[in-house]
Write a protein that binds this ligand. Structure first.
Ligand code: ADP
Length: 273
């Protein structure tokens, strides 16, 4: 009889534990959803005032330039700060889309060498002072099926990291090549590098190497760029890799399956699970 009673007590205990776990799980899911919603609303609400601020600053700068005023240069600094804030707000928005499973890809067939060359030209032209970026296209006709806007985001993120985490003026190299039916784009820098202990963490959400601001004078960044890049590349069926040696430099590579040039242009709307 005693054994039966003990068994019954144990079963009751197990049941109440199970209920507690279920309740806590529900609470955590609700808290997580509220956090995602907050992130999404906050970043969305910040986007609108930022873009009107950007428009007004540009207008004012052009007027001052036309009037020959040397006050115009201080507005250039303001525009740069607004642009940096825009990048941060967009990163937050992207993360909330990823977390809510609302990340949509519109894939189309494109030639990776051409895409990267265009991106590098735009990046260099739009950056002050212009960085030195050498493009090496080792294989022509690297056809891939990608969401061009999203891949632009990834390549620009890798280029701007290469610049941010290197000495001013240090050259960057972007290589496009094919290997085993895959297209590989790699971005090489000779910057601060990443130690082997930190390397496994750099694709995590909000991760920044401790002390990186002091080391490089770069306070800009939320530690989201590589997390977002990894999500984008993986949603394409590709992968992102890094090789780095502390104080010597880093190589970030993104790899995609090659498509045949005869593949019809496709536009797949791929909603994340
Ligand atoms: P952010 O640049 O906004 O901090 P990222 O997610 O792009 O965020 O990068 C995460 C961290 O990885 C950076 O804070 C930096 O410490 C490290 N990192 C990224 N790219 C490089 C690079 N090219 N060289 C050295 N460290 C890098």
């Amino acid at each position: 009889i005693q054994v039966a009673e003990q068994q019954q007590a144990l079963e009751l205990h197990a049941k109440s534990l199970e209920q507690t776990v279920q309740e806590r799980t529900r609470e955590l899911i609700a808290a997580n959803a509220a956090k995602d919603e907050f992130l999404s609303i906050a970043s969305h609400e910040l986007k609108t005032p930022l873009s009107s601020l950007k428009g007004m600053t540009q207008l004012l700068r052009r007027r001052l330039e036309r009037a020959g005023s040397n006050e115009a240069s201080s507005l250039v600094n303001m525009e740069n700060s607004i642009r940096r804030m825009e990048v941060l707000v967009n990163d937050l928005l992207n993360v909330s889309f990823i977390e809510m499973g609302m990340f949509v890809l519109h894939q189309q067939l494109c030639e990776m060498g051409e895409l990267c060359q265009r991106l590098v030209n735009e990046y260099v032209a739009g950056t002050n002072p212009p960085p030195v970026v050498r493009v090496e296209i080792l294989n022509e006709h690297s056809m891939v099926s990608v969401d061009v806007e999203r891949i632009e985001q990834v390549v620009i993120n890798l280029l701007s990291n290469a610049r941010k985490y290197s000495a001013a003026g240090s050259p960057i190299r972007l290589v496009v090549r094919q290997e085993n039916g895959e297209c590989i784009v790699s971005v090489h820098d000779s910057g601060v590098g990443i130690s082997s202990e930190m390397l496994p963490h750099i694709f995590e959400r909000f991760y920044r190497v401790p002390g990186i601001e002091v080391q490089t004078g770069s306070s800009v960044g939320l530690g989201l760029g590589l997390y977002i890049s990894k999500q984008i590349v993986e949603r394409h069926g590709g992968r992102i890799d890094v090789q780095s040696v502390k104080d010597q430099g880093s190589v970030f590579s993104i790899t995609f399956p090659l498509s045949s040039p005869s593949d019809a242009a496709i536009d797949i709307t791929n909603i994340a699970p």
